[in-house]
Design a protein around this ligand. Structure first.
Ligand SMILES: [Zn+2]
Length: 272
């Protein structure tokens, strides 16, 4: 069957600042990290969408708490639940590892699996490249859970700064135009910190105004893009002189590698 439908991706707000992403073709829907089943159910009902799959990035309850209730609500325990192989995910049926790929029939979309430890040890991200298989999307897409945020990165609950640095480096090599679907609205507080690190970054100053305007009218500041994060995210810019110098000043020592810089600015942000 030939179709010209374009996939749509919408945020379903949950809790204080979570976004549960819904990918749909007008009929079938995937949800990413459904921490709250009720918000998802009311969204799917309102749009008359059928849930056909659940994608999980990591084990935290605000990303997984709604899985079992969604399966029961749809009365179909065969709805596939994709998630990291090395974490305990309720209801997970398809464990995923680095280099794995998944092809979903409805909505029609394919993902590559990236292991991105740091926030948790088994954390994975889902990357939908622009390929023949993904004819229904016009830009590559990344669902990165709590690894990368607009102008920030996840807290290191389980992993090391080196792991987080490598995970973010992995993202930095994705196509620049890749849309990045983060799972929290942390942008304004991330921007306050980013401007502490790089007060003279002109892209940051422009982005702060844009982000404030979006939040003022209640709109999400995400998705962002890889290109944008390479310009404004200190955690993606650990190899830039301005970020390294700020980290060296904050720590009072010379920092030899990007991972050392990330360690300093992540600890600095935790105290900020
Ligand atoms: Zn988390």
């Amino acid at each position: 069957m030939v179709t010209n439908t374009t996939l749509e991706v919408w945020p379903i707000p949950a809790f204080d600042d979570n976004y549960i992403w819904c990918i749909h073709d007008g009929l079938s829907a995937l949800v990413v990290d459904p921490g709250d089943a009720l918000q998802v159910l009311s969204y799917l009902r309102e749009k008359s969408l059928l849930l056909t799959g659940i994608l999980i990035t990591h084990h935290h309850a605000d990303h997984t708490g709604g899985i079992l209730q969604l399966l029961v609500a749809f009365g179909d325990l065969n709805i596939p639940v994709y998630g990291p192989a090395s974490e305990n995910i309720p209801g997970r049926t398809i464990p995923l590892l680095e280099g794995g790929s998944i092809d979903i029939a409805a909505p029609k979309i394919s993902f590559e699996v990236l292991e991105v430890p740091g926030h948790t040890l088994g954390h994975i991200a889902y990357f939908a490249p622009l390929t023949r298989l993904n004819a229904l999307i016009d830009r590559p897409m990344l669902f990165c859970g709590d690894t990368l945020f607009a102008s920030g990165c996840g807290r290191l609950f389980e992993g090391t700064p080196t792991q987080m640095h490598q995970s973010l480096q992995k993202f930095s090599k994705l196509p620049a135009e890749t849309l990045v679907y983060c799972t929290h609205e942390y942008t304004l507080s991330n921007l306050r910190f980013a401007l502490e690190v790089e007060p003279n970054n002109p892209d940051l100053l422009v982005w702060k105004k844009e982000a404030e305007a979006l939040r003022f009218i209640g709109k999400p500041t995400v998705p962002t893009s890889i290109a944008q994060e390479l310009r404004v995210n200190p955690f993606m810019r650990c190899d830039q002189d301005a970020v390294r110098q700020a980290a060296e000043k904050a720590s009072g020592q010379a920092l030899k590698s990007g991972a050392h810089v990330l360690a300093v600015i992540r600890a600095w942000k935790d105290r900020f």
